[in-house]
Design a protein around this ligand. Structure first.
Ligand SMILES: *[C@@H]1O[C@H](CO)[C@@H](O)[C@H](O)[C@H]1NC(C)=O
Length: 298
């Protein structure tokens, strides 16, 4: 059935609602999410009036609350919440239309039946894919709370260990297993020597827009490379790759950071940084300075 009826969040809510409903006749999960609650109360008042029995009013509210309980665990994709509203409002209008024609219990049964049939025709939101990332496509509308709910995962993905030889080029991918909007910004960062997720320790290497977002490192240096998918203010995920570089001494590897060469593949992005070019420029300038110093001393 395209409607999610399980999930830890929803399951936690059901017992709570079962407890609350008898005491709060105004609380109808899902039914109450749409349309003013007063509209439901008015429906029951009118039914009581037409039946000429005051007890009928309370009975109607209780029947509504009871009918609503099975709807509590329902969630629909956030894009379907308008469709859900229409389903619920149609049910309310059906009840209003039939209030003088059929016993309330009968038309309520029909209305709820219709709600379930229509719910089963709604498109399902993709499931949340663990363990990390903000997943906008998987956002759902939750009947139990009348709210849109996101996957409860951190934006930071666990660090992946990558064993690589210092002479070996390596390509890292900033892809995620869930749907993301096109033209996302991707930022690559590097934290020298350490295995970390502390953003304060990273230096930005490269920023661009590209698909698939990947980074090829020619001379891997010990440390953590991170990528951020999405702008800083609306990050979808951050991935971390610890490059555990073997071969050569640690001291030599640490010295390599200066000549860290990132050759980037951006089909539609900006040109990569040329760290080696700036290093060469630095060497040339240093040499010129030395020559000038020698000339002055002579
Ligand atoms: C790097 O790899 C070596 C050899 O497999 C291992 O002993 C070491 O613990 C690793 N370093 C980290 C920080 O994981």
């Amino acid at each position: 059935m395209p409607v999610l009826c399980s999930g830890t969040m929803e399951r936690r809510w059901v017992p709570l609602l079962l407890l609350l409903v008898p005491w709060l006749p105004g609380l109808h999960p899902c039914l109450l999410c749409f349309g003013p609650p007063i509209q439901w109360a008015r429906l029951c008042r009118e039914i009581a009036r037409s039946s000429q029995k005051d007890s009928q009013h309370q009975h109607c509210l209780e029947a509504l609350a009871e009918a609503a309980v099975p709807l509590a665990p329902v969630t629909v994709g956030s894009g379907q919440s308008e469709a859900l509203r229409k389903i619920i409002m149609d049910a309310l209008h059906l009840l209003e239309k039939q209030k003088d024609k059929k016993p309330f219990e009968v038309s309520l049964q029909e209305a709820i039946q219709t709600i379930w049939v229509k719910l089963s025709q709604l498109e399902q939101a993709p499931a949340c894919i663990p363990p990390c990332g903000h997943q906008p496509a998987a956002r759902v509308f939750q009947c139990a709370t009348c709210r849109l709910v996101d996957c409860q995962f951190p934006v930071d993905c666990p660090v992946q260990d990558v064993w690589v030889h210092e002479d070996e080029a390596i390509t890292l991918h900033c892809d995620v297993p869930f749907a993301v909007p096109p033209e996302l910004q991707v930022t690559w960062m590097f934290a020298k020597d350490i295995r970390t997720q502390d953003l304060a320790l990273f230096e930005e290497l490269q920023r661009g827009i590209g698909e698939p977002p990947s980074l090829t490192v020619q001379d891997p240096t010990l440390g953590t490379i991170a990528c951020r998918l999405g702008a800083a203010s609306e990050t979808l995920a951050r991935k971390y790759f610890y490059l555990n570089v073997s071969g050569g001494s640690v001291e030599a590897e640490q010295g390599l950071q200066a000549r860290f060469r990132a050759v980037l593949r951006w089909p539609r992005g900006r040109a990569p940084l040329h760290l080696t070019t700036s290093l060469q420029l630095g060497l040339v300038l240093g040499f010129v300075g030395l020559v000038l110093l020698l000339l002055l001393l002579l």
